[in-house]
Design a binder for this molecule. Sequence first.
Ligand SMILES: [Zn+2]
Length: 334
Amino acid sequence: MPGWTRIYGLLVLPMLLLMVGCASDKQVIAQANDVHTQIKPAVITDPTLDSYVQQIGDRIVAVAKEMHEQGYGPKAHQSADSEWMFKDVQFHLVNSPTLNAFTTGGQHVYMYSELFIISKTEDEFAAVVAHEFAHIYGRHVQKGMNRQYAILGGAAAAAVAGAAIAGENNRMTGASIGAGVGYAAGQFLGLGFTREDEDEADKIGFQFYVRAGYDPNRFADFFRQMIAKGYDKSPEITSSHPKLSNRVKNAERRAGELPPIAKQWRKPNIASAERFAELQNRAKLYAKKVPRDKTLEAAQLLLAAFPSCVAPEDLPEQKQAQQKILDSLNTREK
Ligand SMILES: [Zn+2]
């Protein structure tokens, strides 16, 4: 599959250039900033919505920082200086009809407007915010990049890096789907989080969520909603992600295991139920009135192509977006 070789080439190129065998935080942060320039046209700039989503994120991060200071988290978390993840992480609400949430592993988290609009409560939405931040906390993007590097290794890596350099030149000429979008997507298409990463993000995210004052019994609401909508059909064995029903069971178990003091952690939500509904309407209206242009379309294509963080497997529209980007890369290679 030449397309995937190209994708891997794009992926390992920055690492080869730096002559290191392990993805560092610095590289992941730089790459995430680079990808962000492609996504930016889809970021909802409405200050009310922007600050609301950021406040939820900040509430999660503040707790994560405290738990970090108490030594909480997996080995990958404790493996390096983590100060960067407790400041300047941006939680973006993005204008996208795709049902997903995603992080590129540096200081950017993307909460998709579709997910925001269908969430029934702030608790339901905040659970996904906490899950995304947990991917950063657990350094899952760094792990994914190392995995790809290990698969390729040596000569094969050098060969595809050559192809990637050729791709870089093509990128300068621009392309129908928008210059840079294919390149940006390439770094993540082959890199979806593993089932273990997803389980770990649920586990860590649950702790942050509960200590940030949210309702432990609401953590799995988003998964419950997806099950009700029929998203849990594929068997876990063929899926790279945990089954939604298992994610619900795990959250219920975790809620049952909380110490009695957990009752004192509860805090009022940032928005009342009424206010939350207003904010959802605001996001709907924003999507309607924002002018559609090529840069927005390209950013939405990229958002659609990111692997699913919430469904047991990528949705048909996500697979289509990935294929579209692969096709465009292959066309440019000829
Ligand atoms: Zn995830």
